[in-house]
Design a protein around this ligand. Sequence first.
Ligand code: FES
Ligand code: FES
Length: 168
Amino acid sequence: MMLEVSAESEMAIRVTLNGVAREGNATPRMQLADFLRHVLHAYGTHVGCEHGVCGACTVLIDGRAVRTCMMFAIQADGADIQTVEGLASSPDKLTALQSAFQKNHALQCGFCTPGILMSCVQFLAERPQPDEAEIREMLSGHLCRCTGYHGIVEAIKEVVADKSTSSA
Ligand code: FES
Ligand code: FES
């Protein structure tokens, strides 16, 4: 027997969000970004262009940076999702990357920041010692209207330099 699913039918979606099992309902065409924000109330993930250009909606899904405006919530059923809320254990315990952003004025309005941070997490995990050109190439997938990118590049370079000093 064929299961009929209408555009309005809701389905239960189960994910692990920042280490915690979460569940909510989504219609088949609900974007993952909207599911995270409006169903799971994880408002740290921002939505800008809604068509895969600005990078503001980027999260990690099973460790990979993904634009959540380009994915349906039902495609994330069972996934392990990390959003910006999962980076710092508390507001006074920022990660080295977040502290470097703060110190280097790598944000102004902050709208682009959650997505950039999540891309950086995957980028630095895969490429711990990138040069500036590689950092700029990674950032080319993110639009920031405020900073001119200089502070962002400096923040990432600082994290890279600190890591190489501490492992030397
Ligand atoms: S809102 Fe998803 S890439 Fe812009
Ligand atoms: S800090 Fe405003 S868009 Fe990047």
